[in-house]
Design a protein around this ligand. Structure first.
Ligand code: PBG
Length: 307
């Protein structure tokens, strides 16, 4: 009766990795319990999640081939497009398909934008039309929401314009608006094979010491047309989740990232933490102000909530 915050299965978004190169699902060593799906097994996985009442998945693709400009991010027959079509054909409105929209899984150098090799710098503006094209290809495949995660300046405006021009005026954008340059993405880079071959991402992702800057990033994305704003990671940045929700009152997502999953799961597997740490961490993210939580514990939490 007096509990102020309740976690619901409706709050959960489950990330899924689809690897075009696989014939069988493959465990991810740095994320015990999580695996890379095949283009076929991902549909079964999505069906299971839907049965548990999980309303949404977010898809990450591992393509057969990578190149300098991330060509396989936007083909109609590429990995995320095919998986989106397959899941929507099977589950329709029973599963909201969100597509992660970034180039790092598709570029040979692993950066989130195209790179000028003379300066070694990521080229912000030349990347924008590629993100626009990718968004349109996702929407054409049936994506319900597109989620740009590359932290390029102007990405939300470019994607909104591309979607609108192609008739996808009703496709919402979930923007990774305040995304920090974080060590907690380490296991994801194994999972999605998206590590970078030189430099780091600190020129486009946020400095962990800054929070006013994060507010400006969120504001900019809202002005450009973001429908949902995200803070990422979640647990080390709950102050931002709180501030963003308080200040903007937007639908606010928090991404509890791979490193958060692995440190909790790893400690539980070692016997160093009790399993209840999982639900405690999720409710803390909700308490801070998140309306939705992207978490690799989605399946576990859905089972737990069902009792
Ligand atoms: C791609 C992207 C990343 C994550 C989501 N989208 C990795 C990164 O920016 O390096 C991280 C998710 C996680 O760690 O669970 N830009």
């Amino acid at each position: 009766m007096v509990r102020e915050t309740a976690l619901s299965v409706d709050d959960l978004i489950a990330p899924l990795f689809i690897d075009e190169n696989l014939a069988n699902p493959q465990p991810i060593a740095s994320m015990p319990g999580i695996r890379r799906e095949t283009p076929v097994s991902v549909v079964n996985e999505a069906r299971e999640l839907a049965k548990m009442g999980i309303p949404a998945v977010i898809l990450f693709g591992l393509p057969k081939e990578k190149d300098e400009t991330g060509t396989h991010a936007y083909g109609d027959d590429d990995v995320v497009q095919n998986a989106t079509r397959a899941i929507k054909a099977e589950l329709g409105d029973d599963m909201v398909v969100i597509t992660d929209l970034c180039l790092c899984e598709y570029t040979s150098h692993g950066h989130c934008g195209i790179v000028d090799y003379e300066t070694g710098e990521v080229q912000n503006d030349p990347t924008l039309p590629i993100l626009g094209k990718t968004a349109v290809s996702h929407a054409r495949a049936g994506a319900d929401i597109v989620a740009p995660s590359g932290m390029m300046d102007g990405m939300v405006a470019a994607i909104r314009q591309a979607l609108d021009e192609n008739g996808f005026t009703n496709t919402p954008i979930m923007s990774y608006a305040a995304k920090y340059s974080s060590s907690f993405y380490g296991p994801f880079r194994d999972a999605a094979d998206s590590g970078y071959s030189f430099g780091d991402r600190s020129t486009y992702q946020m400095d962990p010491g800054n929070s006013n800057e994060a507010m400006r990033e969120v504001q900019q994305d809202i002005e450009e047309g973001a429908d949902i704003v995200m803070v990422k990671p979640a647990l080390p940045y709950l102050d931002l989740v709180y501030r963003v929700k308080q200040e903007f009152g937007m639908p606010t997502a928090a991404y509890s990232v791979s490193g958060e999953y692995s440190m909790i799961k790893g400690a539980i597997d070692q016997g160093w933490l009790d399993e209840s740490a999982i639900m405690e961490s999720l409710i803390s993210i909700k308490r801070a102000g998140a309306d939705m939580i992207l978490t690799y514990f989605a399946r576990y939490a859905a089972e737990k909530l069902k009792g």
